[in-house]
Ligand binder design. Structure first.
Ligand code: JHZ
Ligand code: ZN
Length: 405
């Protein structure tokens, strides 16, 4: 039996199986369409000991993050969000000239670029070669390697210890959390802070955002397992805030040296317990709603197509591929997906093989309905595409229940 990623106990219980699923960011070239596509189980477990929701089928990171199409900077709401994060962190933890800020999983350097005006040295660590090259070309110094203890030591030795280490949308991707935290610890000064941002389990459950589940996301964090994990390393949460990004996230500031527990942590632990996060019922209910939403979405798209409506997808996010594969939505139900990311355009979605086209096609084409696969940016997209709606075009959101907006 598999062991829990946080507490190492054999107390995992499966509550959802999304079926064998291809990799969410493995967009295919036309010539790959005839080749067989790797797919892996997408089964989700709850740990009865520490409360961590997790996958046990681990696809090697070298496979997932070799050539990566996702670019943070493409989505303007993320640019805004990360600029604010940089400012908050710089002010709160007195980042200035002479400090070192290291960003793990730094992608195209969007987050680090927000620190420029505060004057610290910054360093990105990004395993995807294509993405790291873009960041370096933009003047954001980035090491193209996986983060681990050896690299952490090298960084500390050659550039000095860091005051702040950032890990946004990467902590859930980490298989060996102990090794990761050890490495962070090696790099940080004694009073240094690790700032994590990660989709929050409670939001995923509340809104049935099951598309957050794909092989890159090995853990679905609540605060309880995090507290247990950090305390093993003598680390303590000094600040915690809920964020709206990615369907609801938490930002957690962890101090290398243990700090007295802040009231906000005790409060959120209480809320999690009251919400029923400690028992299977909430997860079984979630799984039930996942099936219901999947069915409703397919019914809706089929009925629109039966009425001769043209339907497409808006955005080709990783999460969209969980939704499309689970619901078996292919080119018969969505003609194409529009996406502003160059590396996705001209390719086909993993598994269902829906073509991805530049977003400019959307304005030119004016399909009748657009399924918001990037529903987390609904505000921005509806604002941007106001003309489409004025001319009668309609958006569909999948969550919390499939509905025409
Ligand atoms: P977006 C990401 O997943 C990346 P994804 C990562 N896998 C992760 O862990 C989670 O976040 C949390 C496009 N778009 O950000 C850009 C437009 O075309 O929701 C993106 O391809 N036009 C590490 O991939 C996609 O939509 C627009 O106007 O699920 C959105 O992807 C906007 C706003 C976006 O993340
Ligand atoms: Zn556990």
């Amino acid at each position: 039996m598999a062991r829990c990623r946080v507490c190492q106990q054999e107390t995992l219980e499966k509550f959802l199986s999304l079926g064998p699923t291809p990799l969410a960011n493995r967009f295919l070239k036309r010539e790959q369409l005839e080749e067989s596509e790797p797919s892996f189980p997408l089964d989700v477990y709850f740990c009865h000991t520490c409360g961590l929701v997790q996958l046990v089928d681990v696809v090697p990171a070298e496979v997932l993050f070799h050539d990566y199409p996702y670019l943070t900077g493409v989505s303007s709401p993320m640019r805004t969000h990360f600029a604010a994060l940089a400012e908050d962190v710089a002010q709160e933890y007195h980042v200035g000239p002479g400090s070192l800020v290291v960003d793990i999983g730094s992608n195209d350097g969007t987050l680090l670029s927000g620190f420029r005006r505060f004057g610290p040295k910054t360093l990105g660590v990004e395993p995807a070669a294509n993405v790291a090259a873009m960041a370096n070309a933009a003047g954001i110094q980035t090491i193209n390697q996986f983060f681990g203890p050896a690299l952490a030591e090298e960084i500390a030795r050659t550039r000095g210890p860091a005051q702040v280490v950032l890990a946004t949308n990467v902590f859930a991707h980490v298989h060996d959390l102990d090794r990761f935290l050890q490495a962070v610890s090696v790099m940080l000064v004694a009073e240094g802070v690790l700032v994590i941002e990660v989709p929050y389990l409670v939001d995923m459950l509340n809104n049935t955002e099951f598309d957050t589940i794909y092989h890159e996301h090995l853990s679905y964090f609540a605060v309880r397992p995090m507290v247990a994990l950090f305390s093993r390393f003598g680390m303590g949460i000094i600040d915690l805030t809920r964020q709206r990004v990615h369907g609801g996230s938490i930002r957690v500031a962890v101090q290398k040296s243990r700090a007295p527990q802040t009231p906000v942590v005790a409060q959120i632990l209480n809320e999690e317990a009251e919400r029923g996060l400690d028992s299977m019922r909430i997860y079984r209910d979630f799984a039930e709603r996942v099936r219901m939403i999947g069915q409703e979405l397919v019914d809706l798209l089929r009925s629109l197509r039966a009425r001769g409506m043209r339907t497409v997808g808006y955005g080709a996010p990783a999460k969209g591929n969980t939704l499309l594969n689970f619901c078996k939505v292919g080119p018969d139900l969505l003609e194409y997906l529009v996406d502003a990311t160059p590396a996705k355009q001209g390719r086909f979605s993993p598994g269902m093989h829906v073509p991805v086209v530049p977003d400019t096609r959307f304005q030119a084409d004016r399909p009748d309905y657009a399924l918001l696969l990037a529903w987390n940016y609904a505000d921005e997209i509806l604002r941007k595409e106001a003309a489409y709606r004025e001319r009668g075009g309609k958006f569909i959101t999948p969550f919390p229940r499939p509905a025409i907006l």
